[in-house]
Design a protein around this ligand. Sequence first.
Ligand SMILES: [Zn+2]
Length: 159
Amino acid sequence: MRGGFGDIPTTKLFPLLTPADVDSLHQVARTVDEARRDGAAMDWEWFPEHAAFSGRQVGTPIILGLDVTEPAEQGDQLEFLLQVVWTDQGQLAVDAAVNVACWCRTDHATHDVDALTVMVSDETSLPEAFRATAVRLTGWLAEPHDADYWRAKAGLPPR
Ligand SMILES: [Zn+2]
């Protein structure tokens, strides 16, 4: 399902959240919305079928995610991602990444040029992990939305 952060059934996706936790997630989501240059609200995507961990599976079960895809030249790609996922061990984690198309001699398809994963644990709550990754994401969104800029930063060949 897709929509604004306010449309997300947060306590259905994350049954252990307290009302204060939910407030915290909304507050953080607003800072992410504000990082969008065109002023449009972010388009979140969520998967209620992944709310409960269902064991190890092919692919990463995404519970909640945000994918800001920048318009790029044909065949090129620049994506900013924020995702709440299950690890193989059934632990919640929040991932953020900047992803670009690969123009190496050997085709790797895409590269994560920057990434951050924060595991949810007894020491780090989901709202804390969400905040830490969202801060990183908004930092990235303030940098140029140009795939070659990100490739250069990571020492990868330009398009
Ligand atoms: Zn490559």
